[in-house]
Design a protein around this ligand. Structure first.
Ligand SMILES: *Cc1c(COP(=O)(O)O)cnc(C)c1O
Length: 349
């Protein structure tokens, strides 16, 4: 092996989509969020696999991402764009038949001026205060918007990973107050919202992280495995220091393996100092010293053989376990996965 290999299990991805789809009623559509290159796993491969499994609605952050996945999907797939209709988007939206989720009166005016015939949706602000049209603006423009037949109206929950948080109910109530009786297709739930129960499901759910094996979908099957080749190993004496700034000092005769991946590959510096582990089969070995740009150093003294590679993500150490060790969240671990990894796809297509 010459480079670290990221193995992506498309069967596990599809199993996670089916499991999330099974949590809502049969009349509720389950879409897929494939923004940020499908959370680092390759939006083309992921979208195509999900399309073959029956997914017909996809969500991306910006129009260029939608343009990139259109070629992987049939013309019958709906591709929604969270950032809506930004300046300069008209050509991409039209040429790739993307559905902007209009976030403001200015975006609605741009739609009317530049692409009056384009299918569109609407994103409402129900309390997250990040994206979406304000209630007052919606009230002002409601008749014009409704007259043009939005395909979907969405909002997004800020605290859905905390089931007991009062903001969930507050946003649900606000969403209903803004949209009840309008006879529009509605969507509120991402992964966390699906798990909050049927009141949150409306007509369409749009999971992202749960598809890729991450929390808050605790039952998810792991989708990624990351194997990093060992470049060399060495014995160091008690008292010898390893890595930049003498970040690790051996307290016993220690065997150090140097691995070919570092913070430039998304294995962030916060994983150093024995916080994160890598695995040889079932045996954990601590990452010792500082994480370098292209290299990790690992204490393999307790292994009874010379490993050719070690795994930092696998069935034993999920993205969330690694995230916890590094003081971050699974989403950030996934979306930081490096460009240098060989991405290897197993399972369906
Ligand atoms: C990212 C995102 C999602 C998917 O969220 P997950 O927590 O990854 O399931 C859904 N809706 C919006 C608006 C998003 O920004």
């Amino acid at each position: 092996m010459t480079a670290a290999t990221l193995t992506i299990d498309l069967d596990a991805l599809i199993a996670n989509w089916r499991a999330l789809d099974g949590k809502s009623g049969s009349a509720v559509e389950t879409a897929a969020v494939v923004k940020a290159d499908a959370y680092g796993l390759n939006a083309l491969r992921v979208s195509r696999a999900l399309y073959h499994a029956g997914v017909r609605s996809f969500f991306v952050a910006v129009a260029s991402e939608g343009a990139a996945i259109r070629q992987a999907l049939g013309a019958d797939a709906d591709i929604y764009v969270f950032s809506g209709f930004m300046a300069g988007d008209a050509q991409a939206l039209r040429d790739h038949n993307l559905i902007p989720l209009i976030n403001s009166p200015a975006q609605f005016r741009r739609l009317l001026a530049e692409l009056p015939g384009q299918g569109f949706g609407l994103q409402l602000n129900t309390g997250m205060n990040r994206l979406g049209m304000e209630a007052t603006d919606f009230a002002t423009h409601k008749n014009d918007i409704l007259a043009r037949g939005p395909k979907l109206v969405i909002s997004h929950l800020a605290c859905a990973d905390q089931p007991g948080h009062a903001q969930n109910r507050a946003q649900l109530d606000t969403f209903k107050a803004m949209t009840d009786g309008l006879n529009l297709r509605r969507s509120l739930a991402a992964t966390g919202g699906i798990l909050l129960g049927s009141e949150y499901h409306f007509d369409l759910c749009r999971p992202g992280v749960g598809l890729y094996g991450g929390l808050p979908f605790a039952e998810a099957a792991p989708v990624v495995r990351l194997s990093i080749p060992v470049v060399q190993t060495r014995e160091v004496d008690t008292g010898a220091a390893v890595g930049y700034s003498q970040g690790f000092v051996a307290r016993r005769p220690t065997r150090i393996a140097t691995l070919a991946a570092g913070y430039a590959d998304g294995l962030i510096r916060a994983m150093g100092g024995a916080k994160a582990r890598v695995y040889w089969h079932d045996t954990p070995c601590p990452v010792v010293g500082r994480v370098s740009m292209d290299l990790l150093t690992v204490d393999i003294t307790d292994l009874d053989q010379e490993p050719e590679y070690l795994e930092i993500l696998n069935q034993r150490q999920t993205v969330d376990m690694l995230a916890q060790a590094a003081g971050t969240i699974g989403y950030e671990i996934l979306t930081s996965l490096g460009e240098r990894y060989i991405r290897h796809y197993v399972g369906q297509n």
